[in-house]
Design a binder for this molecule. Structure first.
Ligand SMILES: Nc1ncnc2c1ncn2[C@@H]1O[C@H](COP(=O)(O)OP(=O)(O)O)[C@@H](O)[C@H]1O
Ligand SMILES: O=c1ccn([C@@H]2O[C@H](COP(=O)(O)O)[C@@H](O)[C@H]2O)c(=O)[nH]1
Length: 204
């Protein structure tokens, strides 16, 4: 199994890049694990307290479980990926079964911050994007999909998202084998990655 890690700031285009790569393969060839699914469940806190948490800090993610799932998939064992709700900021009762495939893409803002997880990756990718563009995308997305108003989005951006991006996420660019500017629109980078994956699969 080829494990590809895709990191980058919130709104940088990670999900778009991953989708475009996955589209180049058959459904039974590529499995995807999202780091967002592994946010700790904070249902013991009130919604107000949950919304104040720093979700851009590495401690907000249950990396132990995520690493265990990647290792199981590498051994050919299916896993149950948790389902996380950005509206309630809790884990849902249900989970999603992920079955082992030839390629596993692990995607998320903090997925290159954890050394043990990094060590399981064969290719590390960082999707790069200016912070003003990311912020404007995040405002739209959080208002449309995550039940937030503009004040809540900007308040979180100033207090936790931006400082943690600079402290934890941006520095992980140095671990990347490939840095992709213009995210999902960078068809050249997506083709290069797809060709590399195909080449590696053929030679294994
Ligand atoms: N290169 C791009 N140009 C314009 N819009 C984009 C581009 N890449 C992503 N988007 C849009 O920006 C938003 C965030 O992209 P997404 O891929 O979900 O980012 P991430 O997973 O890094 O948070 C989505 O609405 C997506 O359609
Ligand atoms: O309950 C939550 C958990 C996380 N977030 C924010 O989401 C982004 C990461 O998601 P991407 O899809 O990679 O953009 C991160 O900036 C967290 O702060 C949230 O809003 N609510």
């Amino acid at each position: 199994m080829l494990v590809i890690g895709v990191a980058g700031g919130t709104g940088s285009g990670k999900t778009t890049v991953v989708r475009k790569i996955a589209e180049q393969f058959q459904e039974d060839e590529v499995a995807i694990l999202s780091q967002d699914s592994y946010y700790f469940d904070n249902s013991h806190l009130s919604l107000e307290e949950r919304r104040k948490k720093n979700f851009d800090h590495p401690d907000s993610v249950e990396f132990g479980l995520m690493i265990d799932h990647v290792k199981k998939l590498q051994k050919g064992i299916p896993v149950n990926e948790p389902v996380y709700s950005f509206i309630s900021c809790t884990r849902m009762e249900e989970s999603r079964q992920v079955t082992p495939k030839e390629v596993l893409i692990v995607e998320g803002i903090l997925c290159l911050t954890n050394k043990a997880l990094r060590n399981l990756m064969d290719i590390k990718v960082f999707v790069d994007c200016d912070s003003d563009i990311r912020l404007s995308r995040v405002i739209r997305r959080d208002m449309n999909e995550r039940s937030r108003n503009v004040d809540q989005v900007l308040d979180r951006y100033e207090k936790t998202v931006r400082p943690s991006h600079l402290q934890f996420i941006e520095p992980t660019k140095r671990f990347a084998d490939i840095i992709i500017p213009q995210g999902g629109m960078n068809q050249v980078a997506i083709n290069i990655l797809t060709n590399h994956i195909n080449h590696t699969l053929k030679n294994n």
